[in-house]
Design a protein. Structure first.
Length: 419
């Protein structure tokens, strides 16, 4: 089944990026394979990167509408201090642009892709067309028992995040967005529950992550390590919610039994100094290497020099690093929370229950020891992890998944109209 015309709202949309910008770009590419003509409303800030990518990989059936707020309004998003306010204002103008386009083009489908926060509205939902909302996250929360492990900065962040979510859920436009969605896509079970509570009639669990066949093949070529010290790696922004402090504490226990092991941490952020102090206090500073933020190719190079990915995030709806690691045949140790809980299956890694920091830490140490001592287990898990990526995160798989979402959205609106 194909559709003639669709509108995609993608505030964040950049090729070659992960997180929200990567989601915007990849999901536009998916829509372009399913719809004859696609109009994308995005930020002018994304234009240069998009046009550079289109020069080598054209999408002739995609029409780009770039818009940014005036300079005086851009002040609010400097340093991300007011990015949500800026985004909200941007959406108002994006809706006006979309409404005019809809009068001219009469879209068969409207899809809000980014930002993917369930507690922020998608104003294009107000258009009189079948509306798909997502993939969405933000419903995940760190278990309360873990708050005592956070820095003061982390505790303030969690308090402000909870307040923002509460306010967002009370926003009538957020509730209208949920009620008007023919299908809402959630990246984790926790977000799915909140979407249902907001009034979304149909909610589906869908990962935002998708890799083209050539990327999966590239990662699959990274050989499994058979020599050198057992080495763990974590990749991500050094924020309290990423749980790297849990990884370091567990690693310090592993070192007592296997002194030759190492832990590499790739990324940067406000918690870096605290993590480095923790490593020193635990006596493992000489075993942990902080690489800082690196270009993606260098990140993959570091991944190829490690055996296992440690991803102890406490509320993470995505987890691109997890899928990259699995595609590279690296088992994953993660917490059984949020998006990672859906991405990692039995045999591809260890999902650790997160009841208390002490319990989670003990189970992480146990998983690390098993993988450090059993190279055959790592090889077996590598094969399972790679199959998992091919089965769930490949381009063809995601196309089929989104085609079904679009079919269901248009069918649901048709059924409603005939009642």
């Amino acid at each position: 089944m194909r559709w003639q015309r669709a509108l995609v709202s993608a505030y964040a949309c950049e090729p070659g990026k992960g997180s929200e910008p990567g989601v915007g770009w990849n999901w536009v590419r998916l829509a372009a394979r399913l719809v004859d003509e696609v109009w994308v409303v995005t930020r002018t800030n994304n234009k240069q990167a998009i046009e550079a990518a289109l020069a080598s990989e054209p999408m002739p059936n995609v029409h780009w509408i770039y818009y940014d707020l005036p300079k005086w309004a851009r002040f609010w998003k400097r340093g991300r201090r007011g990015v949500h306010l800026y985004y909200y204002l941007w959406q108002i103008v994006a809706y006006r642009i979309a409404r005019k386009l809809h009068r001219d083009k009469s879209f068969d489908l409207v899809h809000h892709v980014t930002f993917g926060n369930y507690w922020l509205p998608g104003l294009v939902s107000l258009l009189p067309a079948p509306f798909v909302w997502g993939p969405l996250g933000g419903g995940e929360s760190a278990p309360k028992a873990f708050y005592k492990t956070f820095s003061w900065r982390g505790k303030v962040y969690e308090a402000l995040r909870s307040a923002a979510r509460w306010l967002g859920e009370k926003d009538p436009f957020t509730r209208t967005t949920a009620r008007r969605s023919a299908v809402a896509l959630a990246k984790a079970k926790e977000t799915a529950t909140r979407l249902s509570d907001l009034g979304a009639s149909e909610v589906r669990l869908v990962s935002e992550v998708v890799f083209p066949a050539e990327e999966i093949a590239r990662l699959a070529k990274l050989p499994i390590r058979r020599e050198g010290p057992f080495r763990l790696v974590s990749v991500g922004n050094l924020l309290h919610l990423k749980g790297f402090h849990l990884g370091i504490r567990a690693f310090s226990e592993l070192v007592r039994e296997i002194p030759s092991c190492e832990y590499w941490i790739v990324g940067n952020g406000p918690e870096r100094a605290a993590l480095q102090r923790m490593a020193e206090d635990l006596g493992v500073a000489d075993k942990i290497r902080f690489w800082g933020r690196l270009p993606r190719d260098e990140v993959l190079e570091k991944l190829s020099e490690c055996d296992v990915l440690v991803h102890p995030s406490l509320h993470d709806s995505g987890g691109w690093a997890i899928v990259e690691a699995m595609a590279a045949g690296r088992p994953v140790i993660c917490l059984d929370l949020g998006g990672p809980a859906l991405q990692v299956t039995d045999g591809a890694g260890y999902k650790i229950q997160a009841r208390t920091p002490e319990q989670a830490g003990a189970h992480m140490v146990e998983a690390m020891k098993k993988l450090a001592k059993d190279s055959e287990l790592r090889i077996k898990m590598a094969a399972t992890a790679r199959r998992r990526v091919e089965d769930a995160f490949s381009w063809d798989r995601k196309l089929a998944e989104i085609a079904e979402v679009y079919r269901r959205a248009t069918q649901a609106v048709g059924d409603e109209a005939s009642d």
